[in-house]
Write a protein that binds this ligand. Structure first.
Ligand SMILES: C[S@@+](CC[C@H](N)C(=O)[O-])C[C@H]1O[C@@H](n2cnc3c(N)ncnc32)[C@H](O)[C@@H]1O
Length: 263
């Protein structure tokens, strides 16, 4: 995971400003959470919270959120914390593999980030969710990258022009690659003005069936998956499910504590 800190520090320079305001994506996540778990106030641990806009949207909706983020984004997170009701939003700059938290949460969320390590790293994180952070009967919601869609993007090169009015100040190229043996997407961004400014991100993708294997012995089980707005039973048959075959590059895994006798 050597690339992780450099990559995300670079991405703060490139996209930090654009990602610092609460937007539709944050509100959709709150709506999904309410659909799945109800809207009574909950305690939430958000892993890899970025600029904490999603965490702030949850705080706005009446929940108490602790966000953990590796990279210093305090310029963006501090105003959000200040605007939130006292105690409803905390952001801790820490590595979620290392941090010691002396509390448990009704829900643990990880939006758009799971898969940046190898299988052993992912399992280590899932075990921490199950054994250290979730309350009994709690739920984890984790976005997982869908290999079918990432594979279909292999070889694509996109130009992402600067959009200063939306906070995107750099003119970038994005190249997509996919390793079908490791089931890993490889995305490289290059600054059009300076090709030495280049970062590559590796994302391990898991089909729902592979995720179930990954979850074995972690203390968590796959309860449902949500693709777009649709909630699916992972044990049912989904032959020809087009949204998962070619539309959604990620799905949300709904994880519950596993039955201790089954694990
Ligand atoms: C793809 S970004 C997603 C950010 C945010 N969840 C969102 O959806 O906008 C993944 C985030 O996870 C953070 N991250 C990666 N590894 C981490 C670690 N070990 N501990 C804490 N945060 C981490 C990165 O710095 C980055 O901000």
């Amino acid at each position: 995971m050597d690339w992780v800190k450099d990559f995300y520090e670079g991405s703060v320079r490139w996209w930090g400003e654009a990602e610092s305001v609460i937007g539709d994506r944050d509100r959709r996540r709150v709506a999904l959470f309410h659909r799945l778990l109800g809207d009574t106030p909950k305690t939430i641990l958000e892993l890899g919270c970025g600029s904490a806009t999603t965490a702030a949207a949850f705080a706005e909706a009446g929940h108490r959120v602790l966000g953990i983020e590796l990279v210093d984004r305090s310029d963006f997170t501090a105003p959000l914390v200040e605007r939130s009701a006292p105690g409803s939003l905390r952001v801790l700059q820490a590595d979620f593999y290392e941090v010691d938290l002396d509390e448990r949460f009704d829900a643990v969320t990880y939006w758009n980030g799971f898969g940046i390590g190898d299988d052993a790293d992912q399992r280590r994180l899932l075990r921490r969710v199950a054994t250290e952070w979730l309350t009994d009967g709690g739920t984890a919601l984790i976005d997982v990258f869908n290999p079918l869609v990432w594979a279909s993007w292999h070889g694509d090169l996109e130009h992402r022009p600067a959009l200063p009015e939306a906070g995107y100040h750099h003119d970038l190229f994005e190249r997509n690659g996919f390793d079908p043996v490791a089931n890993r997407a490889e995305l490289t961004w290059t600054d059009a003005a300076d090709s030495r400014e280049r970062f590559t991100q590796h994302l391990r993708c898991y089909s729902p069936a592979d995720l179930r294997l990954l979850l074995e012995h972690t203390g968590l089980r796959l309860d449902r998956i949500v693709a777009g707005e649709e909630s699916l039973d992972p044990a049912a048959v989904h032959t020809g499910h087009l949204p998962l075959l070619n539309e959604h590059y990620e799905y949300t895994a709904v994880l519950k504590p596993a039955d201790p006798l089954a694990d």
